[in-house]
Structures are given as structure tokens and as C-alpha cells.
Design a protein around this ligand. Structure first.
Ligand code: PXP
Length: 252
């Protein structure tokens, strides 16, 4: 019999908010999606409060924290504005990510080694409020060592290079993640991973022994749009023909 290790799933609901913001309305609600994720077995909810507020808004962070009974992972840039918000929300953990306004999504890992002095104070300040600190880094020895030195509780390994590379490069990128996960785990860090993981590429990452949690968003929201499409069209047609809709919220 094969024994499968349990790996946790942190569901990122940013792109439910993307859909809402595209129309400037109040649905779909990421808090509702987070609650569905909880019922489906998610172990945590991730939201990225970006400086430009392109998807998740401040009120989403508060409403998910207040209404969904799962640990929250608040992804954010290491700015003073975000520090203040985090210290008000008090999520279970904060994941510090690099951010630039031009990028479509988080493109690279945080340069922990190059910003050690600043990050050291920033990490301590979050920890003083009882928040665990995770650093989103590339699977790189220097960054892992720096994360450990600075007292991070968790690292999240950036799986984007693995997810985006061609087939010929895939095994190489996978091995980088395997080696980094082992090195960080042996150093006493909790090791998470995420970015670009989807239904075809997740299995080999989920099989890495040292990983605790995978944070996944875009592919889950994309699949939900497809698997839910039949029901959505069917319900609209029924409604147009006089049926009553058992709705869970405006627009859904
Ligand atoms: N982990 C981090 C640190 C991220 O920035 C993101 C994207 O917001 C994710 C995980 C989720 O990535 P994806 O949406 O590609 O699953």
C-alpha cells in the first residue's frame, strides 16, 4: 500500500476579486469563495493585497479574516502601509513578496540576501504582533540561508520557473525545488511552495516530502469558471422561464 503524505492547500482567492473588479460591481465575493474553499477542504486562505489594489481590496481582507474559519496568509510587499494593515488584521501569517506595478503577477522571488537589514526589522515587527512571517523566494541557497539568518518562520519557494519552463528544462527546475526544500527543512524552516501550479503540474511538487503547504490560486479559479459554466447557463435559462433561483448571493 502506498502511504500518501498529507500536504496542505492554501487557496488564493485573488482572481475571484479580479472578476469583480473588472466590472466594478460587488460580486463575485472572494469571502464567499473562501468559505466554499473551506467546505471543500482547503487548509488556509491566501490573499495578496497589492499596493495598486488591482484585485483584493482592504475590506476583503477584513471580511475573510472575520468570517472564514481558516488561517489567513496575507501576501504583501514589505512597505510601511502594509505593515500597518497587517498589524490591524493580524493574519496567521504574512508572506512578503516583491511587487512592481507593471507585472501581471509576482514575477520573481524576494531578494532577502540583498535587503537583510531592512527585512530583519520588518520581520521582527510582524512577529512582535504574533504574526508568522513567510518569505517568497527563489529556490536558491543564498536566499534560504539569508531567510534563516533573518529569523523567518516560513519560506515559500517560487515554483514559477518550474511551471513556465519547457519540457526539456522541467526536471532541472523540479530538482532545484527538491534540493531547496530539503536544505530549508533541514535548517528548521517550514517550507511552502506556490505560483503557477495547476492540475497538470502539481503532482510532482506535492510529492516533495519537505513541503508543508502549496498556495494555489489562478488555476483553481480558472477551473471553477469552466466546471461551473454549465450550471450557470442552465440556471439563467431556468430563471428566464419563471423558475426561482436558490441563490447564495448577488450575482451568483
Ligand atoms: N504564492 C505567492 C507568493 C504568490 O504571489 C501567488 C500569486 O499571487 C501564488 C502563490 C499563487 O499563484 P497562482 O495564482 O499562480 O496559483
Amino acid at each position: 500500500m502506498t502511504v500518501h503524505k498529507i500536504i496542505e492547500l492554501g487557496v488564493n482567492v485573488d482572481h475571484v476579486a479580479t472578476l469583480r473588479q473588472a466590472r466594478g460591481v460587488n460580486y463575485p465575493d472572494p469571502m464567499q469563495a473562501a468559505e466554499v474553499a473551506r467546505k471543500a477542504g482547503a487548509d488556509g486562505i491566501t490573499v495578496h493585497l497589492r499596493e495598486d489594489r488591482r484585485h483584493i481590496q482592504d475590506h476583503d481582507v477584513f471580511s475573510i479574516k472575520g468570517n472564514v474559519n481558516l488561517p489567513m496568509n496575507l501576501e504583501m510587499a514589505a512597505t510601511q502601509e502594509m505593515l500597518k494593515i497587517a498589524k490591524t488584521v493580524i493574519p496567521y501569517e504574512c508572506c512578503l513578496v516583491p511587487e512592481s506595478r507593471e507585472e501581471l503577477t509576482t514575477e520573481g522571488g524576494l531578494n532577502v540576501a540583498g535587503n537583510a537589514d531592512f527585512l530583519s526589522d520588518y520581520i521582527s515587527s510582524l512577529q512582535e504582533s504574533g504574526i508568522k512571517v513567510s518569505l517568497f523566494i527563489d529556490p536558491d541557497k543564498e536566499q534560504i540561508e539569508a531567510s534563516k539568518r533573518l529569523g523567518a518562520d516560513i519560506i515559500e519557494l517560487h515554483t514559477g520557473a518550474y511551471a513556465d519552463c519547457g519540457e526539456e528544462q522541467r526536471e532541472f527546475e523540479l530538482n532545484r525545488i527538491r534540493l531547496a526544500a530539503k536544505m530549508a527543512f533541514d535548517a528548521g524552516l517550514q517550507v511552502n511552495a506556490g505560483h503557477g501550479l495547476h492540475y497538470q503540474n502539481v503532482a510532482k511538487i506535492a510529492a516533495i516530502e519537505e513541503l508543508t503547504c502549496l498556495n494555489i490560486g489562478h488555476s483553481i479559479v480558472a477551473r471553477a469558471a469552466m466546471t461551473g459554466f454549465y450550471e450557470a447557463v442552465f440556471a439563467m435559462k431556468q430563471l428566464m422561464n419563471g423558475a426561482r433561483l436558490e441563490s447564495e448571493g448577488v450575482g451568483t
